[in-house]
Design a protein around this ligand. Structure first.
Ligand code: ADP
Ligand code: MG
Length: 717
């Protein structure tokens, strides 16, 4: 296949690969820097944790990229034109495969070096022992040396290069056994690191494995088993009881309950019947259902989640920036000290060259910031994966790290604190208008509206057997109501503010508003351009977990709870009172909500906004962190929020804060431990109290420690 054909097949000027053999975040930046010199490439991103490589530009060539990656000593695990899916590009399933040859080469090199070391220890034949150690070093270390050389050619002091210099230097000054020990320990360290990293890397891979690879499709009355990638929208997919649903779609036939835990983290299955929406990767429990595909594979909710989680991994968290800055000074500084140490004492004080060169080599080993660099991404990736499994999609390490430090939280009312599934409980016709006529107008205007109030009105009209028709010129007035034409006549539906702007509120309307419902009901006025014809009241219920969730949030450190709503003041105050809000803002238009959020942020030094993601988008965007509820099935909510709760469960908020606090604590621990141990060893090595192998051992020890510590965020009660 020609390069051009590959490019076209793999989508618009974006190539994705999976790289194997990256043992340290250092390697990722070496690859990044190196690939930038490829033709027609403008942007490279290499993610160390997932192994994902993304190349974009006018005309990147897959062959050239592959060649470059290989020449640096890494492997490409999957190529862009294999198993490609449109839109989201090819999905690389599963975690990286663990290379068995690494274990073999380590075993052989250990054997060679140990036997050589034993021989030389007993002063037996140096002619045999040295070649034995040397061949062991080559078997176990050629890869390290090669990668290091490649990095050095780009003028980068990467870990592999520093190790190679240390090993070769030790051999030159005659410390053969030491040099051999460093090779074994370093190779072992890398092996153990990639072993332990597998687990947090696989956490994302598991998410991808949720969606089945084949499905049963109904075509012309026949059941065909096809690969999921071949299904297109409109196809009818059959799901047997106990089977995983393969596509996003609407149920055409059959009733069942669906376990959506894989996406939402909800433990209880949800009952579903004809007309209801189901999602790829969820499990169909007891009934057989026929599903009409609405989203092509590659574009399902699960695909969006996977893509967002992968993107989130590659976004840098604040602590990572700190680590990067620190390493940028640390490594050159220690290397500088090492050079001075090797030269000055022998020249100035006439000290032994070998002794000081040895100390300098130990410093080179210590100058690798590996444990430090690894400490943050492991923690963040593990936490993001844990969150995703629990139906909480966090779109970047920064939000995870910062969530627990924000002091104030603002909530939207309808659909967030309340269920938003309000029911009409009273219809009042004014000025001699007919009750059923009023309901018919209301239902007709709302036919195409997505608002929860509209849905409630339609349900009520259906239940009363009122027939209504679709309107013309439907226009929604966000935060106020809706306008539409029926039989050439303009009708209005909405809150008092809407009618007040029309100049239609008089004493009679206000009296009717006051008498119509109790304090916690929402009133919707119905009218034409000349007068108010009547009103409907709707009762909305608090979510069962609202009060408890807000109590828990306070225990997690939220100091100020604010309620924001477009609804009337009475309702807002009654709901706010029930959950114990500190501050209530009512009758806000969407833009005013956003302004209020901005003010709160300035006042408290940060605010988290929790909303429903659809008409709260501006407010979510102006918050320090915007959290959307019930994001399953709502692409808008998934895209606009910083954090999306798949299910409508407020109790996930305190859970999120706990995860955030745990991750933050672990990151701080990891960074502190790595820096302290490094500094201790810099001093020990300079003083001649640390051997080379001790330095490698310490480095490996802390690396493993921070990895295991970081992986604790995979679990949280
Ligand atoms: P909240 O801020 O509580 O989520 P919204 O901003 O969605 O509420 O709406 C605010 C108010 O505007 C509602 O309480 C209702 O009175 C009115 N409203 C908005 N959209 C509609 C609609 N489609 N039909 C009737 N009333 C509406
Ligand atoms: Mg709302």
């Amino acid at each position: 296949m020609t390069d051009k054909a590959k490019k076209i097949k793999s989508g618009s000027n974006l190539l994705r690969f999976k790289i194997e053999g990256m043992d340290c975040p250092d390697c990722a930046s070496t690859i990044e820097k190196n690939l930038l010199s490829a033709n027609g490439v403008s942007n490279i991103s290499v993610d160390f944790m997932s192994g994902n490589l993304e190349v974009s530009g006018d005309e990147p060539s897959a062959t050239e990229i592959e060649k470059k990656v290989k020449s640096m000593g890494y492997r490409i695990a999957s190529r862009p034109w294999e198993n490609s899916v449109q839109l989201t590009g090819n999905r690389v399933r599963g975690g990286a495969i663990f290379p068995v040859w690494k274990i073999w080469s380590l075993a052989i090199s250990t054997l060679l070096i140990l036997s050589g070391g034993t021989l030389s220890y007993y002063d037996l034949n140096l002619l045999i022992s040295r070649p034995l150690i040397l061949s062991g070093m080559i078997v176990g270390g050629w890869q390290i040396a090669y990668k290091g050389l490649m990095a050095a050619r780009r003028l980068r002091l990467d870990m592999n290069f520093l190790m190679a210099v240390a090993v070769i230097g030790a051999a030159i000054i005659g410390e053969w056994s030491e040099a051999g020990a460093v090779v074994i320990l370093f190779a072992l360290a890398q092996l153990l690191e990639s072993f332990s990293l597998q687990r947090s890397r696989k956490a994302i891979g598991r998410l991808m494995d949720l969606s089945p690879r084949s499905a049963t499709v109904l075509k012309d009355g026949q059941m065909l088993t096809v690969a999921v990638d071949e299904i297109s929208t409109g196809d009818i997919v059959f799901a047997r009881p106990g089977e995983k649903i393969a596509v996003d779609g609407n149920i055409l036939k059959g009733n069942s309950s669906v376990n959506q835990a894989t996406i939402t983290g909800e433990s209880l299955p949800v009952d579903k019947g004809p007309g209801d929406v189901v999602f790829a990767g969820t499990i169909n429990c007891e009934g057989a259902i026929e599903v009409e595909t609405t989203h092509a594979p590659g574009d399902t909710t699960l695909d969006h989640i996977i893509r967002l989680v992968e993107e989130a991994q590659t976004k840098r968290a604040p602590s990572q920036n700190f680590v990067d800055k620190f390493s940028a000074y640390y490594t050159p500084a220690v290397v500088g000290i090492a050079i001075l140490l090797a030269i000055i004492p022998p020249l100035a004080l006439n000290a032994a060259w070998t002794e000081w060169i040895y100390r300098a080599l130990a410093l080179l080993v210590i100058s690798c910031p590996c444990a430090l660099v690894i400490s943050t991404p492991v923690t963040i990736v593990s936490a993001l994966a844990n969150a995703a499994r629990n139906g909480v999609l966090i779109k970047g390490g920064a939000f995870l790290e910062n969530a627990c430090t924000v002091p104030a939280m603002a909530f939207d009312k309808t659909g967030t604190i309340t269920t938003g599934k309000s029911a009409v409980d009273n219809v009042v016709a004014l000025d001699g208008y007919d009750h059923d006529e009023l309901l018919k107008i209301a239902a007709s205007v709302e036919t195409h509206s997505e608002h929860p109030i509209a849905k409630a009105i339609l349900r009520y009209a259906d239940a009363k057997g009122i027939s209504y028709g679709p309107p013309t010129n439907f226009k929604s007035v966000p935060g106020q109501g809706a306008i539409a034409d029926l039989d050439g006549q303009k009708y209005y539906l909405g809150n008092r503010a809407l009618f007040s702007s029309l100049g239609l509120i008089d004493a009679g309307v206000d009296t009717a508003l006051k008498e119509s419902g109790n304090q916690s009901s929402t009133a919707v006025l119905v009218g034409s351009s000349s007068n108010v014809m009547g009103l409907l009241t709707l009762a909305d219920e608090l979510r069962p977990d609202s009060v408890e969730a807000i109590d828990r949030l306070r225990k997690e450190g939220i100091k100020h709870i604010v309620l924001l709503t477009g609804d009337n003041r009475f309702t807002a105050e009654s709901v706010g009172g029930l959950v114990g809000a500190d501050e209530i803002h009512a009758e806000l238009l969407p833009q005013e909500k956003a302004d209020t959020v901005r003010k709160l942020g300035a006042q408290f030094g940060g605010v988290i906004m929790v909303g429903d993601g659809v008409n709260d988008a501006p407010a979510l965007a102006s918050a320090t962190i915007g959290i959307a509820m019930g994001a399953i099935g709502s692409d808008a909510a998934l895209e606009t929020a910083d954090i999306a709760l798949m299910a409508d469960e407020l109790k996930k908020l305190p859970w999120l804060l706990r995860l955030s606090r745990k991750a933050r604590r672990i990151i701080i621990q990891n960074i502190t431990i790595s820096i302290i141990v490094k500094f201790i060893f810099v001093i020990l090595a300079s003083a001649g109290a640390a051997t080379l192998w001790m330095a490698v051992f310490a480095d490996m020890g802390i690396s493993l420690l921070v990895i295991f510590n970081g992986m604790r965020t995979l679990r949280i009660d």
